[in-house]
Design a protein around this ligand. Structure first.
Ligand code: ASP
Length: 423
């Protein structure tokens, strides 16, 4: 049985066990809950996520240094960066626009107050000033950047290090072969971690099934379904169209190959934790060269959040409708711009999209407390939008690679290429 099927079985079984536990209705301090549900099972899920996270910094550093070293000072780094960032921003802007359109058509907030929905107090965190965001891209201490997992800083350091290696003659050659070897070894380590993915996913799904509040979802069902439908639309219509027209590739082949990162993203709700899996898949299963993948994928995991932007678009419309505020064309444009920017600033960990929503609401003068309305259903939506975020990262990496002649079409068309477990 291949890895995707194993993960799917882990997922289904986990949800079932979780739902049974919820149906039992045991109190949290019951021995079974504290030992099994919130003990062993929670630990299993945490260990899986921690192992994935363990790989992020070493992998990005080594893989990107290799990529930048082989591109060297050809000027290609700048072009790749420009293309990737341009496409990331474009897909996010399309995502928010789609979300706003859906929100305005479905009007999820209009009848929400009749369903007994109340504003919960929500203390918004302040978004950092723009200047700090810009300066903070550059690491004053690369070791600290790595220790803190400051991804953009690690990316900048790795690109500079790679370029320097390419210019350093023989010394550069020697170090480069060490980095190339390390890259191989780290990829192998991710393959090892992926073998336990079905168990990790099982544990994460038990926790979800045991704790998810269905009554919260019922109260917000229109909002929930609007976000979910827009996410599905973006993943199954927008990405395929872009892949077909910008890269001339078969979108189904791409989506089929991306199943594992999509499932891991869904289970962990963190595109950061999923990054090692995305990178491995994009390189070895989809066929994007290390040069492009090592650059575009970590950058995407950090700045590209189409799914998050979709949630923010629908949420803004929902909150405006709930409070009876109408959004004119100018406000809608502001939402598109700020949600796109917020997506750049959103950390790739669970729940941050909701924090950044405060920035969007602020810009159009909507009450930030509105976030309290939708917090109850955010967990499940977070999982879904993270799956979209990760699919978008891979899509842009693949499109950029195709345009640069850096996509191995043989790998792309070979169904078994780079499989963790052969089918
Ligand atoms: N969980 C999302 C991610 O990691 C971010 C968010 O929307 O909260 O991609």
């Amino acid at each position: 049985m291949n890895l995707t099927s194993r993960i799917l079985i882990g997922m289904g079984a986990g949800l079932l066990v979780g739902a049974l536990i919820q149906a039992l209705g045991l109190p949290e301090d019951h021995f079974f809950s504290s030992f099994f549900t919130f003990g062993l099972i929670d630990a299993g899920g945490d260990i899986f996520i921690t192992l994935l996270r363990m790989m992020v910094v070493p992998l990005v550093l080594v893989s990107l240094t290799c990529g930048a070293a082989s591109l060297g000072a050809t000027g290609k780094v700048g072009r790749l960066g420009g293309k990737s960032i341009g496409l990331y921003l474009l897909t996010t802007a399309i995502a928010v626009s789609l979300a706003l359109t859906m929100g305005l058509i479905v009007e999820p907030g209009v009848s929400a107050s009749d369903k007994g929905l109340e504003v919960v107090t929500y203390a918004a965190k302040e978004a950092p000033p723009f200047k700090d965001t810009l300066v903070n891209i550059f690491p004053s201490n690369p070791v600290a950047a790595m220790a803190n997992g400051a991804m953009l800083q690690v990316i900048v350091f790795a690109v500079l290090l790679g370029i320097a290696i390419s210019k350093a003659g023989e010394a550069g050659q020697r170090i480069r072969s060490v980095f190339d070897d390390l890259n191989e070894i780290f990829m192998q380590l991710i393959t090892m971690i992926l073998h336990i993915a079905p168990i990790g996913v099982f544990c994460l799904m038990v926790s979800l099934g045991a704790t998810v509040g269905l009554s919260d979802i019922a109260k917000l069902i229109t909002y929930f379904l609007t976000v979910a439908a827009t996410l599905v639309l973006h993943m199954t219509v927008v990405y395929p169209l872009l892949l077909r027209f910008l890269a001339g590739l078969n979108p189904l082949t791409y989506l089929r190959k991306m199943r594992e990162p999509i499932l891991v993203a869904f289970s962990t709700a963190s595109s950061g934790a999923t990054l090692p899996v995305t990178l491995r898949t994009v390189e070895h299963r989809v066929g994007v060269s290390n040069n492009v993948a090592s650059f575009a994928v970590p950058l995407g995991a950090t700045i590209n959040m189409d799914g998050t932007a979709i949630m923010q678009g629908v949420a803004t419309v929902f909150i405006a409708q709930f409070f009876g505020v109408s959004l004119g064309p100018q406000e809608l444009l502001v939402v598109v711009l700020t949600a796109t920017m917020a997506s750049v600033g959103t950390a790739a960990v669970p729940g941050v999209g909701l924090i950044m929503l405060a920035m969007v609401l602020d810009q159009v003068g909507l009450p930030v407390e509105g976030i309290g309305l939708i917090i109850g259903v955010d967990r499940l939506l977070d999982m879904m939008r993270t799956a979209v975020n990760v699919t978008g990262d891979g899509m842009v990496a693949t499109t950029v690679a195709k345009s640069e002649g850096e996509l191995d079409l043989e790998v792309f068309h070979e169904p078994d290429a780079g499989r963790v477990i052969a089918s």
